[in-house]
Design a protein around this ligand. Structure first.
Ligand code: NAP
Length: 249
C-alpha cells in the first residue's frame, strides 16, 4: 500500500495533502514546528525534526513510508539535503514539489545577492526604511545594520521582541494582496524590500506592490541543493506516485 510522507511547511504541501486525502492515498504531513498552531489538515500531522538524515530513514522505515515528497520551502536547505540522503540510504523514492524562482519584470528594481550575509552587508550606508520580508528566523542578522527602520511581518507573535532597535512588527498570516501590500509599503514609507527568492504566488504580492511603487528590492538567491527529481504541480506528484507504485522507482 502506498504511504506518503510529505515534508511540509508550505502551501504546496498543504495542497498535496488535501489532494492525497481526497484520492484516498495514505499520507502524513511533517512540520518542523516553527509555527505555533499549524492550520488543520485532512491528513495526520507530525511535528518536529527527525534527527538528521539517519533519523528520517528510521522514521520512514518504522512508519512504513513508501514514498517521500519534499514540499518544503526552497530555502529549507538542510531538510532537503537530508531528504536526498535518506532516500538514497533507504531506497525509498523521493520527489521534490517545488516552485520556479521569481524573475524580474523590466520595470523591477531588483538587486540580487547570493545569501543572507550579503543582504546584510548590502545595507551598509545611511538610514533607510526597509521591509524585511524574511520570517523571524533571519531578522536578527540585521542587528548588524542598526541605523535603519525595519518593517517586519511575522506569522506569529514572537516569544521575545526582535533585537532591532528601530522596528515595527506586523503579525499576519496572509493571504496577502498587491493592494494590501501597496498600502503597507506606502503607509510605512518603505524605500527598500529585502526578501528571499521563494517563488510561487503566495508571497509575490509584495513584489507587485514594490514594482507599482518603484521601490528597490534586495533579492536573496536560493541556496544550492543536491540533484533530485523535481516537479512543480500536485498533479505531477500524483502521476509519479502512480508510476513509481507500479514500477517501484
Ligand atoms: P532547514 O534549515 O532545512 O531545517 C532545519 C531542521 O529542521 C532540519 O534539519 C530538520 O531537523 C527540521 N525540519 C525542517 N523541515 C522539517 C519538516 N518539514 N519536518 C520535520 N522536520 C523538519 O529548514 P528551515 O529553513 O529552518 O525551515 C523549517 C520549516 O519551515 C521547513 O519545513 C520549511 O518548509 C518551512 N519554511 C521555511 C521557510 C524558509 O524561508 N526557510 C519559509 C517558509 C516555510 P532534523 O535534522 O532534526 O530532522
Amino acid at each position: 500500500m502506498t504511504r506518503v510522507l510529505i515534508l511540509g511547511g508550505t502551501t504546496e504541501a498543504s495542497a498535496l495533502a488535501a489532494t492525497l486525502a481526497s484520492n484516498g492515498i495514505a499520507a502524513t504531513l511533517s512540520y518542523a514546528g516553527r509555527v505555533s498552531a499549524p492550520r488543520s489538515q485532512p491528513v495526520p500531522i507530525r511535528i518536529g525534526g527527525f534527527g538528521g538524515a539517519a533519523g528520517l530513514v528510521r522514521y520512514m522505515v518504522e512508519s512504513g513510508t513508501t514514498h517521500l515528497v519534499d514540499a518544503t520551502h526552497p530555502f529549507a536547505a538542510t531538510i532537503s539535503a537530508n531528504a536526498v540522503a535518506a532516500a538514497e540510504a533507504s531506497g525509498i523514492p523521493l520527489i521534490a514539489l517545488t516552485r520556479k524562482p521569481w524573475q524580474p519584470a523590466p520595470e523591477d528594481r531588483w538587486h540580487p545577492v547570493p545569501d543572507l550575509a550579503a543582504a546584510v552587508a548590502d545595507l551598509a550606508g545611511p538610514p533607510r526604511r526597509v521591509m524585511l520580508a524574511l520570517g523571524r528566523m533571519h531578522v536578527e542578522a540585521f542587528a548588524a545594520q542598526p541605523q535603519h527602520h525595519y518593517l517586519l511581518r511575522f506569522v506569529d507573535v514572537p516569544d521575545r521582541p526582535p533585537g532591532l532597535p528601530d522596528h515595527h512588527l506586523v503579525v499576519d498570516r496572509g493571504p496577502f494582496t498587491p493592494e494590501g501590500d501597496r498600502d503597507l509599503l506606502r503607509n510605512h514609507r518603505i524605500d527598500l524590500v529585502v526578501c528571499k527568492n521563494a517563488g510561487g504566488a503566495g508571497a509575490s504580492a509584495k513584489l507587485t506592490a514594490a514594482r507599482e511603487l518603484g521601490i528597490a528590492v534586495t533579492m536573496i538567491d536560493r541556496p544550492p541543493l543536491p540533484p533530485r527529481r523535481e516537479v512543480e504541480s500536485v498533479e505531477a506528484v500524483l502521476d509519479w506516485l502512480g508510476h513509481s507504485a507500479h514500477r517501484g522507482v
